[in-house]
Design a protein around this ligand. Structure first.
Ligand code: TYD
Length: 138
């Protein structure tokens, strides 16, 4: 494994604090979420035939959680790819920096919540797959 190659699929299982009234998941930065949370955003209303993402981040770390519905996440560390379904409100997918990601096959009811380690910064994006591959292999 190259020094740049990181494990692709890292799940975080969130304890469900359920009782007879229903379920509750609490997410705390620098605890179950392995970074301080500076930003939260969510994707919804994405059509099943639409794919999103197609970028990597130089420094940003994220945790993606499908609160309802499901979608498929493709991850690529420049050496290997993995595809996983996000389909549980009690499972978070940790996405490290320098991981190319694509999201496909959104169910109509999908709400994808993303916790981010940094504020939005377009300069942190790598939007060219060719550039991403070159950076990972240099
Ligand atoms: P984009 O990065 O294209 O979404 P995705 O990678 O999920 O397909 O973001 C869509 C638009 O929203 C784009 O104009 C940038 C803007 N945006 C923000 O202003 N702040 C944010 O935190 C995010 C994630 C996106």
């Amino acid at each position: 494994m190259s020094s740049k190659q990181t494990d692709l699929v890292k799940w975080i299982d969130f304890p469900s604090l359920g009782d007879h009234r229903g379920s509750l998941v609490a997410l705390e930065g620098n605890k179950i979420v392995p970074f301080g949370i500076k930003r939260v955003y969510y994707l919804f209303g994405t059509k099943p035939e639409v794919a999103r993402g197609f970028h990597a981040h130089k420094a940003l770390k994220q945790v993606a959680i499908c609160i309802t519905g499901k979608c498929k996440m493709l991850l690529d560390n420049g050496f290997e790819q993995a595809q996983v379904w996000l389909d549980s409100p009690t499972k978070g997918l940790f996405i490290n920096d320098m991981i190319w990601r694509e999201m496909h096959e959104f169910s109509p009811d999908c709400v994808l919540l993303v916790l981010a380690s940094e504020h939005y910064d377009e300069a942190d994006y790598i939007r060219s797959y060719t550039e991403f591959k070159e950076l990972m292999h240099e």
